[in-house]
Design a protein around this ligand. Sequence first.
Ligand code: SF4
Length: 345
Amino acid sequence: MSEAKTCLFDVPGCAALRRTLRCDPEQFRRVRNALLKTFASDAVATAEFIGRDRLAIHALTLEQRHESAVDGATKLLLRTGQGLLTETVVLRIASGRCTVCVSSQVGCAAACQFCATGTMGIARSLSTAEILDQVLQAGQILAEQGRRLRNVVFMGMGEPFHNEANVHAAVDRLLDPAGFHLSPSKILVSTVGVIDAMLRFAERFPRVGLALSLHSVEPDTRRKLIPLAKKNPLPELRRTIAELNRIQGRGVMLEYLMLQDVNDSDEDADALVAWTEGLDVHINVIPYNPIDDAPHLQATPRTRVDAFAARLRDAGRKTTRRHSLGRDIEAACGQLVKRSNLRPR
Ligand code: SF4
């Protein structure tokens, strides 16, 4: 009978394996650094490691890889040990900065109207190892191409703060000098606004970025788009951002999806300016990728997106327009997983 393997991300397990193998700690450190810091291939990293047959490097199996024909995005469909699919997006931005967008759950209970993942319901939260393996696999793909992974964003499937303990543990490991050793400024966690969890996160990781999916400052509109807004109302969210500014000493990113005739008028822009008065925020205006499940939601035309962003800038708000990558590989989070799950395996 073959012996059970030890997960690379199981720190006490790896220490026990090292003792069992009577392996030189330096040899083990080299394997770990080759994988997590330089994203070497599995074969190269473990070539001289006596315990390579006892180490499980990956927590997820790469099932499909979709390359965008029009820009630098790659979407990975990854399968968990229980056979569930999740997805990860590798973004190669023209400036050369490479980012991985990781999932924290399979499906999502938040049920946001504009999101394909939200229409799937929740299957389960991903483990810390499953979150970290997305970073490792993305880093290895980029390293093969001579590129370097720079940023990790939690903007894939799932609400990160519905999987709080595992997301905290994953961020710990991303920052850890003995782990991936990323700078906190290179990590961004995006939430639809789970107030208590945002504050806990900021206390624990004061230098890691937080993004809030805001999308509207009109209470009824926001509640329709994001059912969780009922539990986390706008006045409290506003006070929370002020508190995050105080704790972190840095700005909060506000994500604003542009939906035609829903939240994209000049009045909406003015309301957003008024709502953000006195807050340290950076507004990211995001073009919408329509999904089949929400035929009533359409993308705001490009000229209106630009006019909306200009109005925010003219009022003194730091504003950028996000360029959506990977449209041709179904960039809307969850679309690809949904489709694959419908096909018989
Ligand atoms: S937008 Fe995020 S929080 Fe909302 S349903 Fe989709 S994955 Fe969940």
